[in-house]
Design a protein around this ligand. Structure first.
Ligand code: ZN
Length: 349
């Protein structure tokens, strides 16, 4: 079969691999649609170290081709959504309620990390009964594919922020995760949603997903703008959807005492993250920083799919580009340069 791989740090391309054989609890999936993620680009640039001929990709939906003998709820021909995070549910971390960290920090992230990813003609899902979900009839593949990562991660960011009904939230960065956090904040009952973004197309989408105000950080100090919008009080919750130490510091600055600061961003640079000591209430103002990796699991996927099935949210305006599987190299290039207003490129198999 054909697979799109990371040949070594900084180099991608296609290669032939044997079709993998599912283990007793696994499923073999033939992907139909996929999405390229900015984290695929980080991986190629060495974020998780050297990988040789590792198949890339972790956001996919497809058709079940084959299942292991212990798989109960899926059969060949089923149309399924697969979580980007596929935990080992028997791990102690999963038993403790932290399934994304199964086996150690970020251990639930297996695709294109410790096992081949989804950008191939076939791929394996570990613990299939727990890590994938049936796609409801009225939900198309190009919509369902957003449940793998962008929706689950964005919604997690808003859930972890514990925004009170009618409360105020600031969401920094309106990439796909930030946009889904905005949509989630709206659905969860936020009373004032302040998004931070400078790119006009993303500002527009942000409003479509529920932002009441979009603050442009290139047009004045972000903290001042947010404080002004909240009568000097600050917000009940602040979300970092970028992964940047300046953004985290600003989240702390705009947070009210007792606020949750929720991070869904990837901190790929530097040795330390700094927190402004005084605005953090010298460590005593109950400004809690909550972190998380995309939650995986069938139950989670089913919830995300229900939102789609009943029209609560439409993620497809984020699909700015479409590429065939054999054009993945170009999709990766665009995702890296962020040219042409790209947000999410859909891959058609
Ligand atoms: Zn992703």
């Amino acid at each position: 079969m054909k697979a799109f791989v990371m040949k070594r740090i900084g180099e991608v391309g296609f290669m032939d691999k044997p079709v993998p054989e599912p283990g007793p609890n696994d499923a073999l999936i033939r992907p139909t649609k996929g999405l390229v993620c900015t984290s695929d680009i980080h991986t190629v640039h060495g974020a998780i170290g050297e990988r040789k001929d590792l198949t890339l990709g972790h956001e996919a939906v497809g058709i079940v081709e084959k299942v292991g003998e212990l798989v109960k709820d899926f059969k060949p021909g089923d149309r399924v959504a697969v979580g980007a995070i596929t935990p080992d549910w028997g791990s102690l971390e999963a038993q403790a309620g932290h399934s994304s960290q199964s086996g150690g920090p970020l251990g639930g992230w297996q695709f294109a990390n410790v096992r081949d990813g989804t950008f191939a003609e076939y791929f394996i899902v570990n613990e299939a009964d727990a890590n994938m979900a049936h796609i409801p009839e009225g939900v198309s593949d190009e919509v369902a594919v957003y449940t793998a990562d962008m929706m689950s991660t964005g919604f997690m960011a808003a859930e972890n922020a514990q925004i009170p009904s009618g409360g105020t939230v600031a969401i920094f960065a309106q990439g796909p995760v930030g946009l889904m956090a905005t949509a989630a904040a709206r659905l969860l009952g936020a009373g004032l949603i302040i998004a931070v973004e400078s790119v006009p197309a993303r500002q527009e989408l942000s409003k479509k997903y529920g932002a009441d105000v979009v603050v442009d950080f290139t047009k004045g100090d972000v903290v001042e703008q947010i404080m002004e919008l909240t009568n000097g009080e600050g917000v009940d919750a602040a979300i970092d959807a970028l992964g940047d130490t300046k953004v985290l510091a600003d989240c702390v600055r705009v947070a009210k005492p007792g606020a949750k600061i929720s991070n869904a961003g990837y901190y790929g640079k530097g040795e330390y993250v700094s927190i402004p000591r005084e605005e953090w209430g010298v460590g005593m103002a109950e400004k809690d920083i909550v972190t998380g990796l995309c939650p995986g699991g069938r139950l989670r996927m089913e919830r995300m799919l229900r939102l789609l099935e009943n029209g609560r949210i439409d993620p497809t305006p984020m699909t700015t580009h479409t590429f065939d599987f054999d054009e993945l190299e170009e999709a990766f290039r665009l995702m890296e340069t962020k040219e042409d207003g790209i947000i999410k490129p859909l891959i058609v198999f």
